[in-house]
Each structure stands twice: as C-alpha cells, then as structure tokens.
Design a protein around this ligand. Structure first.
Ligand SMILES: *Cc1c(COP(=O)(O)O)cnc(C)c1O
Length: 459
C-alpha cells in the first residue's frame, strides 16, 4: 500500500475518551439483547463506533470555547445572528431557517412545496428525506444514473442525475406536478458518491427550462467539494470554500444536517432565496422546531456550528477526512473483500450480497453482516439495504434495493489510521469464515423507518 497518499492527522488530541472493550462473550450477549440490530446496541458496548458520522464529530478547541459564549435568549440570540451570517457567506443563500437537525428542514420544505399527487425526483432516496416527501403526498422518483446501483462500476461522479430520466418524468407527469428536484451532494446510500459541478449545471439548466425548482440535500456538500477539486477538470486550483459556493449557486435552496459537514453534534438549517418560501418556512418553524432565531438549537450549539462551518472548508481537514476513508477501503480491497466502489466521502460500504452470496435478500444479508461484525471485532456498523429501504406504502411489499450494504461510517476527527487497521482486520477475519454465517428474521417490525427499532433473531 502506498502510504504517501494518506495525509497524517492534521490535528493534535487534547481530550481522550476511553472506550470499553468487551470480550467476545460480552459482545454476543449485547447483540442478542439488542435484537441483532446495531442501532439498539449501547454505545458503551462498542469499541469502535462506525454506526454513523452524524453528530459524532469531535469538536475543536475553538468550537468548545464557542460553547461558553452561548446566548440562550429566546429571541434574537447573538449566536443565531453569527450562524445566519456564516451560512449566508459560505452557502450563498439569501435566507436561513434554523432547525434541530436535517429532518426538521426536510419536514418544513416538504410541507411547503409538495401537494398530494406530486412527484419529487432525486438522486437516490434518503430515508428521512423520502419519508417527508411521501408523508406530504408525493411520489419519490429515483433519477440517479443507472451505474450508481452497480457496486462494481468505478466512476468519478457516481452520484450524478441522469437528465434523460428527468426528461422522461416531465414527459410522463408534466412539469407542474414536480415542485422541485432534490439533488443530494454527496449521495449517502449510493456509498457517499459525489455529483460533478457539470451535472449540477445541467440539472439547473433543465429545471429552468421547465420552471422547476432545485433544492439540494447539502448534508455532505464539503466532501463533495473535495471530490470536485480532486477529480473535475478546472477545479484543481480552486479553494474548497469557492467550490462549495459555486455548487450552491445552482440551487434554489438546501436542507442541511449540521451533524455531518457542519461538524457539530446537533443542528441543521433550511436555506432558500425565494421570499415567499421563506415566509412560509418562518410560519411553520415555530410550530415544529422553535423560534426562527433558534429552531430547536441552543445558542451554544449555533455558535459551535458557525465555527464548524468555517473549519469544514479547510483543505487539510477535508483532505484527511476523505483520504482516511479511502485508506480503509483500500485495505479491504487489497484483501479481496467486496466493497462498493469507488469509496465515497464518509464511509466504506461492504457489499453484503457478494460477501454473503448464500443468503437471499429476504434473509437480510446486510443486517446479518453488521451483527456479526460487531461480534467479531466490537465494531458497530449499520445496515443499508432491504431493512432501510422499507416497504412500499401502497402494496406493502418490501422495497428490494439493488444495493445491499453494510456501512462503516467514519466519524470526523475521532479515529486514527490504527483504528482503521483494527476495523479492516475484523472485516477480513469475518470474510474468511463467511460460509458459516446464517441470516436473520424479524421478530418486531415497526411500521415506518423500521431499521431504527426493528428486532431480529437468527434463522
Ligand atoms: C443525515 C441525513 C439527513 C437527515 O439529517 P438529520 O440531521 O439526521 O435529521 C438527510 N439526508 C442525508 C443524505 C443524510 O445523510
């Protein structure tokens, strides 16, 4: 392995957290107790927690210092004023509405924009995003390029929208049934795959032609900006901050989960340029989130987020973040473990179909693999396959996603390369004994977002 490709940590460690290290018997008991659902494990029982990169970021000393100057006023907190200015500066939108996290913004946007019978095209679904779209009466339509569903296809921008699919949808249902296009950067469920600047421009052009709006799910937009800098012609010498701003210039607004690329443990926002949408969002935010000057966040959290936004576009930070993920992927690939390629910005996705080819999709291969990886190595990961995809609201049948994956999601600034080695060794050990692994069945299936609370037992 060529280690020179992987930059050393661009930070020093000032505070440490000492994790528990259960033995194998302890881990077997813990996962059984959790109904073989890694979401239901106690964090105390996980040595390396790769469940998610959401809200798990290690904040900087400057962010912690910012927490001390929280202005917890009910209205007009100075931290809100700073956050609003920072978002306007870095994201370039006219209006900002704070929310407790990304799904709060999705709720507001979906309620404002969608009428029953509408269609919302997007580059692959995301769980909470699609839920809010459907709950407001829309049909979600996947318009990502076909190759995104092929875990072996290597492309620079595998998150791109297929304009032909957009055209086909407009032809079929009419542009007036499409309130907006939802363009995610990067695409989480495709493996953290980026979208090219060129594709964003094309989508903008298409949308303008048909009078359709474009909102971005900007959750991992800084990681996307790094991929553009690294891979797209003409951007080699452009600063991450400027790439981000150009990306956002092609959208009418965005929903943001601050828990990812804004480097905080909680928070989010909704942005838009349109004054009417802003007025409606301010009306709704008080019902669901809080005053338009805090939206469910404490003043101190807004301060931390404002600082986090400025740190997120630092080249050394984002380079290390994305390349550390690539390092784990490279190690697994060298050992022949099937993963989704190319490796995306926030996670390495194990391809559970190829890892456990003896299981049918109804035996939940990814859920099974996540449970066994925990038993093997104390590493907590997440299923992103048939369980996450849920059931069709009309027919009640499982959605059968092509990708059946286990996500090893790397928190920002938390783990070192040596931790990545431990993860890789655990996965490789499991791969060597994959034939002995049996599937799972539901013992409790919640009616919605079933992956969070579902319980299973071994077949
Ligand atoms: C996390 C996430 C969301 C929702 O954000 P929350 O802060 O968890 O509510 C939306 N879209 C994508 C792509 C995400 O990863």
């Amino acid at each position: 392995m060529d280690m020179s490709k992987y930059p050393a940590e661009p930070f020093r460690i000032k505070v440490v957290e000492v994790p528990n290290m259960l033995d194998r018997k302890g881990r077997e008991d813990a996962i059984k107790e959790a109904g073989y659902n890694t979401f239901l494990l106690n964090s105390e029982d996980c040595y390396i927690d790769l469940l998610t990169d959401s809200g798990t970021t290690a904040m900087s000393d400057k962010q912690w210092a910012g927490m001390m100057v929280g202005d917890e006023a009910y209205g007009g907190s100075r931290n809100w004023i700073r956050l609003q200015k920072t978002v306007q500066e870095y994201y370039g939108f006219k209006h900002v509405v704070p929310t407790h996290q990304g799904r709060g913004a999705e709720n507001l946007l979906s309620r404002i924009m969608i009428k029953p019978g509408d269609y919302v095209p997007g580059n692959m679904y995301f769980t909470t995003t699609r839920y809010h779209q459907e709950a407001n009466g829309a049909t979600f339509v996947d318009v990502i390029i076909d190759d995104a569903h092929d875990s072996t296809k290597i492309l620079d921008f595998k998150g791109n929208i297929d304009i032909k699919k957009l055209e086909a949808l407009v032809e079929k249902v009419g542009a007036d049934k499409i309130p907006y296009i939802c363009l995610a950067v990067t695409v989480n469920l495709a493996g953290g795959q980026p979208v090219s600047m060129e594709n964003m421009k094309e989508v903008r052009k298409f949308a303008d032609k048909h009078g359709i709006k474009v909102f971005s799910d900007a959750t991992r937009c800084v990681e996307n900006a790094y991929f553009i800098k690294k891979r797209e012609k003409g951007y080699e010498d452009v600063a991450i901050k400027d790439i981000l701003k150009e990306m956002m210039s092609y959208f009418d607004g965005c929903t943001m989960s601050g828990k990812k690329d804004c480097m905080v443990n909680i928070g989010g926002f909704l942005c838009m340029n349109d004054n009417d949408i802003f007025t409606k969002a301010r009306e709704l935010v008080v019902v669901f989130e809080g005053m338009p000057s805090y939206g469910g966040m404490a003043g101190r959290d807004m301060e931390a987020m404002a600082i986090g936004i400025t740190e997120s576009v630092d080249f050394n930070y984002i380079q290390h973040r994305v390349e550390q993920v690539a390092y784990l992927g490279e190690k697994l690939k060298e050992a022949g473990v099937p993963i989704v390629e190319p490796v995306g910005g926030h996670a390495v996705f194990l391809d559970a179909r190829r890892f456990l080819p003896h299981l049918t999709q109804d035996e939940f291969p990814a859920q099974t693999l996540a449970a066994h990886l925990y038993i093997e190595a104390g590493v907590r990961s997440m299923e992103r396959g048939i369980i996450s995809a849920g059931r069709d609201v009309i027919t009640g049948e499982h959605h059968y996603p092509k990708l059946e994956t286990v996500r090893l999601t790397i928190p920002r600034r938390v783990y070192t390369y040596k931790h990545m080695d431990v993860v890789a060794e655990g996965v490789i050990a499991l791969y060597k004994k994959r034939d002995s692994i049996r599937g799972l069945k539901f013992v409790y299936e919640p009616p919605m977002l079933r992956f969070f609370n579902g319980r299973f037992e071994l077949i």
